[in-house]
Design a protein around this ligand. Sequence first.
Ligand SMILES: Cc1ncc(COP(=O)(O)O)c(C=O)c1O
Length: 327
Amino acid sequence: MVIRRGNWMHYSLSWKIVLSQMSSHVEGAKVRMLQLLVRHATAVSCAERGLKSHLLLRGEQPATLTGYNLISTLYGNVSYVPRSLYARREEMLLKHAHTVAGNDGLVFSLADLEASLFSHGCGEHSSHVDSLTKRSKKVAIINEGAGDAAALLGVVRLVEYLSQDHLFGKDQQLKIIIDAGTGTTAVGVGIGAVCLGLPWEVTAVMLADTIDGYQKKEESLISEFRRCFTLHLGEQMLTGLEPGLVHWVERSSPRKFGNILKGEVEICRKIAQDTGILLDPVYTLAAWELATQLGQEESAEVVMLHTGGTLGMFGLAQRYKSYFEIC
Ligand SMILES: Cc1ncc(COP(=O)(O)O)c(C=O)c1O
């Protein structure tokens, strides 16, 4: 969901909401990435008739499963990973993937697969898939936050969708505000804007890392995107695709990632009742705060990309019982 403002003095005035047909209301950004990922993973592993997911979640299993934990457990195979091991994400994912794949299986990265399918062209697509399907088990690793080049294509497709004439069009100056966990969504929107030649400026609120970390992430995603897709998209389309696409800014009330502050649930509740827009205090409230502030200062149109987060509220209600005692 995308929220833009007209000329409002206060957040409750003049919001316009653009619902992307490409996404579900609840978990927009991630669903978009997965639509893309699942499509190709399905193509590769169609011989298996369906995909099995193995989800590695940080920390301990909660006493009562709810929200993301519950849904993940219903749909996939969940393992809770101690925080010390989870800190080395790539190593942990690779090790688990190899365990799932077993001796005969194949572990691959989706970005490499995507790049290879593009560069082999449609004619050789199926023979490439065939060569992969000869292996008994194929295990694709999806990084935390779907942080790889394959997922970026899904976000680029969202940008393309939003730049249609009946939505934002291609000529309007926009300031897009996004809350950043890994920063992948923000970088994807920045890449999309450059590739499609849009005068859009992307600002991301940093929630889980330092500016150094986000800038490194941006650099590595851009170079992975170039490595995988230059051949397919052409050098000209990627002109201007350099680090510095995203303005990374602090949250107005910084805190340890995942924590929420007293009063924020009540703010989300008030906004939901006033506008019909549900925010969560971990992610989307951060983007909302910045968007409302800039909305009063900027002459450009300010647009907040609503990234989802509703399911996260269920887990927060367990962790922060007293904040949810609403009278
Ligand atoms: C609701 C919500 N918003 C934002 C993010 C962060 O997205 P990214 O990791 O692409 O920055 C997440 C990630 O899980 C999320 O669940």
